[in-house]
Design a protein around this ligand. Structure first.
Ligand code: GLA
Length: 591
């Protein structure tokens, strides 16, 4: 019998009435040295539970290999939650959405366009089962049945928004049960339309995902499930941002009023997010409804605990609301963490991106996609030559046409000179270019900006996506260089910078001194677009398009003494300087 059971209108934990007061906290979005701090702050806000997804794509980077190290040490996260007296809701997927690269589905699986994702296609369910065979044994000791903190496990994620393959959901239920999961299972779905019906499973608790219209949403949940606890499995108290879009915020008083409504109705809740954290490295996903829109690096989410772990206005407001319904710990609200004093970093050394090309895969015909090249995330450089300087009306000019579009952003160079950019976001397919000479070298550097994590376009490939023509003539014969950048870019062939500005894709390196490590925020005014690392830790992507203007640097990434900053700038910089600031700038909120 599971530790958590349901009655006609509530939960029992070990036979005692229990209301789940949970907050989402994804361990993979928080530096592992900060897990305890964030968990403690969840407890001090009055929560009794935390919820986390499990990203399949990080845990099984290649088929058959399970990674539970460092940021992925889920057993350790569960132990720390337990030590704080928190229960855990576990959402192992296989699909997690979460604005996470590919919604957590591994690219080595989605790279095969014939696999029918999130269905009972055996090629999908076999891969899921092999993953669960790896993942679950080390987690079983942390289930409530074994005395651990995990009291419930989610099946799939908002499946009603995607499909209606009931056999697939049943398969997942059986897969969890046959591998030893005895805890309460639940599904979660939006409460509109027929999502709750399509995403539900007979005998499995249905929960809702919503952020407002609490009474209506709870009524719909009750309609779909006449008996059992009412639970909002994702109470959206903020939102995420896309590059080039507005920075989202939600008024704390408004969110608190809805939390109060939920609790007054006797419902259980998982606040999404309690602490959003960061899409470090290349882990952010993308949406594609009318157009492709990639998600930014910060996952601050306007959550109660800000990206750097400081209590924000919602922390105080939610604690007050929770205190109206149950006892909250008497300890005072934690203070903001110390911040590093502002520092200017001189980036004194450079290494051209093209100097670190890996070996090419030659395609005699059309260019290969990034997925065909086995490239999960990052860049591919495609190289060929243009036989003529063009045949159109303007002498020396021709039209490049990328028939399948680009995934997701292509920088075009002719004989090394920047010639233009094509973006999937804008459905770009053509680029007029001036060709300096017959036989000019065409380089196309394509960046994967994040794999779609919601809707029917999950699994869509990256790189160059079809034939390329020049003035109507097919360009065949391509050297395709995947650029899986080294883990520690500090080891690249750097040379002293000779000019203050730079207009080519390049790595820039500088050092700075720190007395006592503390949180800080990296600002790159005058820079355009790229990624940054400190002491080899991948902070994520930056882009002057905003809204995000600073990257969070967790204190544990720094050390007392000399530290190293490496920036990969894809376009150009007007200055060789970066700033470490003492406050985040995630962009202006819409008025
Ligand atoms: C849905 C998904 C979550 C997340 C939110 C939006 O509810 O289930 O994973 O994507 O939307 O942040």
């Amino acid at each position: 019998m599971p530790a958590l059971t349901t009655t006609r209108d509530g939960f029992l934990l070990h036979g005692e009435p229990f209301r789940i007061l949970s907050g989402a906290l994804h361990y993979f979005r928080v530096h592992p040295d900060q897990w305890t701090d964030r968990l403690r702050k969840a407890r001090l806000m009055g929560l009794n539970t935390v919820e986390t997804y499990v990203p399949w794509n990080l845990h099984e980077p290649e088929p058959g290999t399970l990674d539970l190290d460092g940021l992925l040490d889920l057993p350790r996260f569960l132990r720390l939650a337990d030590a704080e007296g928190l229960r855990v809701l576990l959402r192992p997927g296989p699909f997690i959405c979460a604005e996470w690269d590919g919604g957590g589905l591994p690219f080595w699986l989605t790279a095969d366009p014939t696999v029918r994702l999130r269905t009972s296609d055996p090629r999908f369910t076999d891969a899921v089962d092999r993953y669960l065979d790896l993942l679950l044994p080390p987690l079983l000791p942390y289930m409530a049945a074994a005395g651990g903190p995990v009291i419930a496990v989610q099946v799939e994620n908002e499946y009603g928004a995607y499909g209606d393959d009931a056999a697939y959901l049943k398969h997942l239920e059986n897969s969890l049960r046959s591998r030893g999961i005895e805890e309460l299972l639940f599904t979660c779905d939006q409460t509109d339309g027929d999502h709750l019906t399509k995403g539900g499973l007979p005998g499995v608790l249905a929960t809702g995902t919503f952020g407002s219209r609490v009474d209506r949403s709870l009524a719909r949940l009750r309609e779909a499930q006449p008996e059992g606890p009412l639970m909002c499995a994702e109470f959206w108290i903020g939102w995420f941002d896309h590059w080039g879009g507005p920075h989202h915020g939600r008024d704390a008083a408004d969110a608190a009023a809805d939390l109060d409504r939920l609790l007054a109705a006797g419902a259980s809740v998982n606040i999404y997010m309690f602490h959003g954290g960061t899409n470090f490295g290349r882990t952010s996903g993308a949406n594609h409804h009318h157009a492709y829109v990639p998600t930014i690096t910060s996952y601050d989410y306007d959550a109660p605990l800000t990206e750097c772990g400081d209590p924000g206005p919602k922390y105080h407001a939610f604690r007050e609301v929770i205190a109206r319904h149950t006892q909250v710990p008497a300890a005072p609200v934690p203070s903001p963490s110390p911040k590093l004093p502002p520092i200017t970093v001189e980036l004194t050394h450079r290494a051209a991106l093209l100097s670190v090309l890996g070996p090419a895969v030659h395609s005699a015909g059309d260019p290969l996609t990034a997925d065909e090249l086995g490239e999960r995330a990052g860049y591919v450089l495609y190289r060929t030559t243009l036989p003529t300087p063009g045949t159109t009306q303007i002498p020396g000019t021709g039209l490049l046409h990328f028939a399948g579009g680009v995934g997701d952003r292509a920088q075009v160079f002719l004989d090394g000179a920047p010639a233009g950019v094509l973006e999937r976001e804008r459905y770009d397919e053509t680029l007029p270019v001036h060709v300096p000479r017959p036989g000019a070298v065409l380089n196309v550097l394509v960046e994967n900006m994040g794999r779609v994590n919601y809707g029917p376009r999950i699994g869509v490939p990256k790189g160059l996506l079809g034939p390329v023509t020049f003035d109507g003539a097919p360009l065949r014969g391509w050297d395709c260089h995947p650029l899986p950048l080294p883990d520690v870019p500090g080891t690249l062939p750097f040379a002293p910078a000779t000019t203050p500005t730079h207009a080519q894709p390049a790595f820039h390196r500088g050092t700075f001194e720190v007395e006592t490590p503390a949180d800080t925020f990296l600002a790159l005014p005058g820079w355009t677009k790229g990624e940054a690392w400190i002491n080899g830790f991948a902070l994520g992507r930056y882009w002057n398009r905003g809204p995000q203007r600073t990257l969070y640097v967790p204190a544990p990434v720094l050390r007392a003494g000399t530290n190293e900053l490496v920036v990969l700038e894809l376009h150009g910089t007007t200055t060789p300087r970066a700033q470490l600031t003492d406050a985040p700038d995630l962009g202006p909120e819409p008025s």
